[in-house]
Structures are given as C-alpha cells and as structure tokens.
Write a protein that binds this ligand. Structure first.
Ligand code: ADP
Length: 467
C-alpha cells in the first residue's frame, strides 16, 4: 500500500499547530502498520537545509526522512516559501496564499509523476492541500499515470477554509464552470476546502464527535450542506500523540524525568516552572496552565470574562500563546496586575514541555475542538485537563466523579463563563484532597493515546478505497 501524505506543516520541520504534530507522527505510524509512505510539504525558510541535512534532488525539490524510512519531499520555490511565516506575518495572511498553495498542489502532482511514485492513496490535509482532489478529477483525469489514485481529505479544522476573491480563479488554472454552487463557489468567493470536500473520494476528520458536529449549522462553518451530502463517505478517526516527544520519562527539556511510578519528579518540574515564570516557588499552590493559539475557537472569550476571578483565587496561572492581538492585550493587562500570573506571548516548544510538566491543571475551554492535542499531551504529563465537552475533548476527557472516583479530568458543557468558573472551583476542591489528586494524576498518566489504533483505522480505510 503506497500513501502520499500531503501537509503544509510537519513536525519537526515547521509547525503552527496540531496539524504539524499529526503530519509528523501519523506517517511513521502508518509505516509501522505496513504502508509505504512519502510526505510532501513546502520548504519554508525555517526548514534550514543544513540543520535538517536536506538532500537536493533537483532545483525544485529537497528530500529527507523521518521514522524508519518515510521520505519527506520539500518543494523549493523561494519566491513563495522563503519567508518568516508559514501563512501569515504579523497576524495578516500573505496576499498571495492562493498562488502559493496552488503551486504546492500542482507541483506535488507533477513531482510524483517525475519520480514515478504512484500512490494508491493521496491523503490530503486541510485547505492548503484541497486542490489536489480537484486537479485529479478535472485537470489530470486523462493522464494514465494518475488513474485509480484515490484521495482522502482530512479536516483538522473547518474554521479555516482557504477563502479567496473570485477574481483570482485564474490563478488555479481551473475552468470557470467550477466556480458554481456544485464547485468552489462559496458566498461569492473561492473556497478551496469546499472544492476538496466535493472532489475527494473520502472525507475524514479527527474525532468521532467532531465528525458528527460538522453536519450541524453550529459547527459546519457554512459547509454543513456540502458535508451532509457526503455523510456516507465521512469518518472520524481520533488523533494520537507521539510518545517519543511527549513522554515525561524521556523529554530532555525537563529538570527531572518522571512517570506514573515516580510522580514526585513532576513537582521538581513544577518548582522549576515557578522559577522560570517568576512565580512564588511553592508546590502546594495549584498551578493552572494553558498553551494555545490565541483565537476565539479556544474559549478565550469566556476565559476573558472570568480570568480576574480565577486569578484572585489562591492559584497561579501560566499562559503560553500567540495570535489575536486582542488577547495579547488582555493578558498583558492581567500580567501587570496580578503577581501570581506568568504570561508568555510567543511560540516556544521548549517552554511548552515545561508547562505541560510543571502545571497541575491544563485549561482547554474550547468553543469547538476537532480533536485537540493539548489535553492528550497534558494527560501524559499528569496535568489534569479541564475542558469543554466538544469534539475530541468530549471523546477523550471523562469528567471526574468524586463518588466513584472515575474520570480523568474536569468537563463542562454549556459554553458560558460561569460554567467554566464553576468547573475551575470544582477542580480546586479535588486538588485540595491530596490523596485523591495523586490517584487522578497517576491514572491520567496511564492513558494510552498512541497512534497504534488510529493508524490501523486509517490503513483499513485506505484498503476499502483502493480499487
Ligand atoms: P490547534 O491545532 O487547534 O492549534 P491542538 O491542541 O490540536 O490545537 O494542537 C496544538 C499544538 O500546538 C500542541 O502541540 C501545542 O502544544 C502546540 N502549541 C500551541 N501554541 C503553542 C505555543 N504558543 N508555543 C508552543 N507550542 C504551542
């Protein structure tokens, strides 16, 4: 089984969010499950040729590998990708993103023919890759090389669709007829994701609950009609995490490695984090952590409503995040007003490891969450997730019941600041019962969200599509 995995970001080369984690860890897991996999991504400026020991295949392509032998092909086009950001700079999307990702999609298809790698399946991810199924069904349909190649499009976040002015259609090289209700037209704009959803052979998303939610007007982001039409060709397969990277027993950024049998080590990391965050060093004070893109989706509007009440409780609060300038301003204000807060408005993978390890409670009050990796990572670090019941959060975090002592986190349902606040209070009550908390931490660390099971599900899906 040959798979071409297409993603605009891949760990360890380039990352803005969970998509990169998935693209860097699912292909090696597929390889272990028996597939032959290649990945294609752009060579951005951050993918340094020397640092990553990239091999030049020709003027347009570099190559390297991850896992045992998953080849990563990097498209070289300096005018498009040799920039500081992946999709935007200073909060503004690059104005030529349609040109950039049209190039990516077309060049990917040309490349596999050039190197004579004919996959059974092209697995696309999100809007940046969504033109590939459209090109296969339209532009390349008479080329025998591409015959019988099947496509899957995985939705990692329906909130990002790749919208562009209709005047730019010519950039894609697609026929004007495709700019219609049954094509890429979406309220007068070009919608790349819609094209991918209509023309791919199968659609998947990253949790069962989100796979159901996207058919509703509340979570469909305007594409619920298109998705309803394709309901029978849609599945939800839960993301896993990379246990090599996110393992407190091995992670080199920690001051002390620890596991479920040695959770004392966690509290050395907590003290170290308190020092880094210029917080009072005291193991007993509950430390609430959050690592997130600063976007409305992540529940920051309801957190904003109650953040002052939260930090006036006997807690410490540490935030790592970047994004919407409104939230930068809000948290800068909180930082200058409250000494028990530590605010880091940047993207910093090493600090993220330290926060996952050193915090007691991890906040994810998302409005919607296709899968969410933060809660899976924090569970592995024994940091108890406090989440809203939506998407992948609903599928992976079970509310703690003080009577039966079942559950691995704290869950609230209604998207309201009051519900979030109540749940923070509830979690602090459990925290104050040291014996129960220790059991909860140990149980959390024993959860298994590795890729093994999900990789198998993808392989079965690929097999069912292969003709
Ligand atoms: P999303 O993909 O919607 O951003 P996920 O929870 O699926 O959310 O994945 C987010 C990933 O990005 C996690 O690995 C998280 O640790 C990481 N991350 C988010 N913000 C930051 C940041 N400011 N610095 C470092 N890592 C971050």
């Amino acid at each position: 089984m040959k798979i071409l995995f297409c993603s605009s970001e891949v760990v360890p080369f380039a990352k803005t969010g969970g998509l990169a984690d998935v693209a860097g860890t699912l292909p090696p897991a597929l390889e272990v499950a028996g597939a032959r996999v290649k990945i294609v991504m752009p060579r951005y400026r951050c993918v340094d040729v020397k640092k990553f020991k990239l091999k030049k295949l020709d003027d347009e392509t570099f190559s390297t590998s991850i896992g045992k032998n998953v080849e990563v092909l990097l498209l070289e086009k300096k005018s498009f990708f040799d920039r500081d950001g992946l999709y935007q700079q200073k909060g503004m999307d690059y104005p030529d993103n349609l040109d950039r990702f049209t190039y990516y999609c077309l060049q990917t298809l040309k490349l596999i023919k050039k190197i004579n790698f004919k996959p059974d399946i092209i697995h696309c991810n999100d809007w940046q890759t969504a033109l590939i199924p459209v090109y296969l069904k339209k532009m390349f349909k008479n080329d025998l090389f591409y015959k019988n190649i099947k496509t899957i499009l995985t939705i990692h976040n329906l909130g990002y669709q790749g919208l562009f002015p209709k005047e730019e259609l010519a950039v894609t090289g697609l026929n004007k007829e495709l700019f219609s209700l049954n094509g890429l037209e979406f309220y007068g704009k070009i919608n790349l994701l819609k094209g991918g959803l209509l023309f791919s052979d199968y659609i998947s998303t990253v949790s069962s609950t989100y796979a159901r939610e996207i058919h509703s007007a509340e979570f469909g982001c305007g594409l619920e009609g298109v998705l309803q039409k394709r309901k029978k060709d849609t599945a939800g397969i839960l993301n896993g995490i990379n246990y090599d990277e996110w393992d407190p027993r091995k992670n080199k950024a920690l001051v002390k490695n620890y596991g479920p049998d040695s959770i004392e080590g966690k509290y050395e990391n907590k003290e170290a984090l308190q020092k880094i965050g210029k917080l009072k060093v005291d193991r007993k004070i509950p430390l609430l952590g959050i690592i997130t893109r600063l976007a409305d989706q992540k529940g920051l509007d309801i957190l904003a409503e109650v953040i002052e009440e939260v930090v006036q409780m006997p807690v410490q609060f540490i935030l790592l995040g970047t994004g919407d300038p409104r939230y930068h301003k809000l948290f800068e204000g909180i930082s200058s007003k409250y000494k028990n807060t530590s605010i880091h408005l940047k993207f910093d993978t090493t600090l993220a490891y330290k926060i996952y390890a050193g915090s007691d409670i991890f906040l994810m009050p998302s409005y919607y969450e296709p899968c969410g990796l933060g809660q899976l990572i924090s569970l592995n670090f024994g940091t108890i997730p406090l989440v809203r019941r939506t998407g992948g959060l609903a599928d992976t975090v079970e509310d703690f019941d003080p009577f039966t002592k079942k559950g691995n986190g704290f869950v609230f349902s209604s998207y309201q600041a009051g519900a979030l606040l109540e749940t923070v209070k509830r979690s602090l009550c459990v925290y104050n019962d040291a014996k129960t908390w220790k059991k909860l931490v140990t149980r959390a660390m024993k959860s298994d969200f590795s890729w093994k099971k999900s990789a198998k599900e993808y392989i079965s899906l690929y097999k069912s599509l292969k003709s």
